[in-house]
Design a protein around this ligand. Structure first.
Ligand SMILES: Cc1cc2nc3c(=O)[nH]c(=O)nc-3n(C[C@H](O)[C@H](O)[C@H](O)COP(=O)(O)OP(=O)(O)OC[C@H]3O[C@@H](n4cnc5c(N)ncnc54)[C@H](O)[C@@H]3O)c2cc1C
Length: 397
């Protein structure tokens, strides 16, 4: 086990979760891969109840809010175990985008907002979504938005067009990023506003097709129109103009969650690749594992996964100790580095499986389709590379 002394306390939990994932969740993967999330929901709800009863619930949330009270480092380790299956995070109620929304509601929500929106989210009774990116504007420039929230009496009236609002289909509310003061300095123009999805004017145009799949419910990405959506100003999170600051805060720990989840995916892909290499014979008595190229892929993947895990855990420790701002270089480094490792490991695992790698016999093809986006969401690779390189170079100027 890496980071031996630091992981001692959570090791029994990790073992128990590993067993839970193998026995309870892996059998549900195949129905999920058969593309009908809604049909799977009752079975998943039962697994969520079971997880809750075992104390496996909200690993990312402090104990005073009903969570497991783990450090970010410890949650990272949990996230890796859960990441080995497509359904792990959802089952423990630590899935994106709800996890990030819970965090900002805890940090910035008023008692009334927490009572109405956070409690049900923590209990797993509702889902939420985060609606920032717009088709018309470059999402990698988060200060450039066309969606507006105009004050009218005690209300905001929201007009705009969003897409890639993950889990918008079936969510009870959206946290919408909208311009509240176009004349303000660019980092203070927007605010985050809670919009219940039954608000008149909230309209899901479609679940956007991603690599050929529209998905359903949590496993989908909605295109949404906000057409004169009227909500009370008391639905704003934090002070007016704080949207950008809150968004940045939302992303710091979230990147640890994602990166460790990706490492969990890598580990599963690695296991599948090695098993296939050992069992698949290209001629009687000659397994794929004897091929030099396959051996190279195995060795490279092992090194890349282990190195990536060390880098992410080190970053998580830094955030736990010094805060996300102090760790921002490392956060950028892990975001693009682990996304690349993920893509490479998945690609090799599929190649070793041959045609079967393209089917839904394994989760590899699903991950290959959907996790290509790892290099785009939460900041495209190029944005992180540019930001971190400029900061590093600045120290040499
Ligand atoms: C699967 C998935 C889920 C998502 N979920 C959500 C969600 O729940 N809520 C939400 O609001 N959004 C979500 N997004 C949107 C995501 O945050 C944006 O896609 C991302 O911010 C990039 O914005 P864009 O797609 O508009 O790309 P653009 O901003 O148009 O960028 C296109 C490309 O330009 C390059 N580029 C951009 N800026 C720079 C730069 N400064 N230097 C060099 N190159 C650059 C990069 O290669 C980038 O990929 C999701 C996206 C995906 C794919």
């Amino acid at each position: 086990m890496l980071f031996e002394p630091q992981t001692a306390e959570v090791r029994p939990l990790l073992r128990a979760l590993d067993e839970f994932v193998r026995e309870e969740l892996l059998p549900l993967e195949r129905p999920f891969l058969d593309h009908d999330f809604d049909t799977l929901l009752p079975a998943l709800a039962a697994k969520r109840q079971l997880a809750k009863s075992l104390g496996f619930w909200l690993p990312q949330i402090p104990a005073e809010h009903g969570g497991m009270g783990l450090s970010l480092f410890e949650h990272g380790l949990v996230s890796e175990v859960l990441g080995r299956t497509i359904l792990g995070h959802y089952t423990l109620n630590c899935q994106a985008p709800d996890a990030g929304n819970m965090e900002i509601l805890i940090e910035y929500g008023t008692p009334a907002q927490q009572e109405r929106f956070l409690r049900l989210l923590l209990d797993g009774d509702i889902r939420s979504c985060f609606s920032m990116t717009e088709p018309e504007n470059a999402g990698s420039n988060p200060t450039w938005l066309s969606t507006t929230a105009t004050k009218d009496g005690d209300d905001y009236v929201i007009d705009g067009h969003k897409w890639f609002t993950t889990g918008g289909d079936g969510a009870a509310f959206a946290i919408v990023m909208a311009v509240t003061d176009a004349a303000a300095p660019k980092h203070q123009r927007a605010s985050m506003i809670i919009v219940p999805t039954d608000t008149p004017g909230f309209q899901i145009v479609q679940n956007t097709s991603v690599m050929g799949e529209r998905g359903q419910g949590w496993a989908s990405h909605a295109e949404i129109r906000y057409d004169g959506c009227r909500v009370p100003q008391s639905n704003r999170l934090g002070a007016e103009g704080m949207g950008f600051v809150i968004a940045q805060q939302r992303l710091g720990p979230g990147r640890i969650h994602h990166c460790m989840r990706w490492i969990g995916i890598c580990q599963r892909a690695f296991d599948l690749m090695c098993r296939q290499a050992a069992l698949r014979e290209i001629a009687p008595g000659r397994p794929l594992a004897e091929m030099g190229q396959v051996q190279t892929w195995v060795a490279e993947s092992r090194a890349e996964i282990d190195a990536a895990r060390l880098l992410v855990l080190q970053t998580a420790q830094q955030i736990d100790r010094d805060g996300a701002h102090a760790a921002r270089d490392s956060i950028s480094l892990i975001k693009f580095h682990v996304a690349k490792v993920l893509q490479d490991v998945l690609d090799r695992a599929i190649q070793v499986h041959g045609a079967m790698g393209m089917t839904d016999e394994t989760p590899l093809a699903f991950w290959y389709r959907h996790e290509r986006a790892a290099r785009i969401y939460d900041g495209p690779d190029e944005v992180h590379k540019r930001a971190v390189a400029r900061r590093i170079l600045g120290r040499y100027a």
